[in-house]
Design a protein around this ligand. Sequence first.
Ligand code: ZN
Length: 117
Amino acid sequence: MEQFGREELGLLERLARATERNADASENLIKLAEEERNVQIEAPPPFCPSCSRIDPVINMEQSGEGTLSDFVMRVLCKACNTEFFAIPENWVCVMSPVDVRTVLSEKGGENGSVNIS
Ligand SMILES: [Zn+2]
């Protein structure tokens, strides 16, 4: 069996240490990736772009046709009486008013302004 020289042993030791550091770094990266995946980014509440009122009462007198994903609402902010456009994101589509109330209550909404039957 061939014997390693001093230089070769030193090289092997450095390689072993580098491999260990690499393994530690990989473990840390995996941990960070898992933590990032667990962080749920909540969307900020909607607000009026004119008066900055958060989740203002609005009025909408509009109907139209188009794809759901391109749906834009022209609304009137009842706080500042200014018209603005609302672009819904992350639609939740359900089949019944009961389901609507369930979804709204789960996200802390349904403050009485919802008018569905
Ligand atoms: Zn407003």
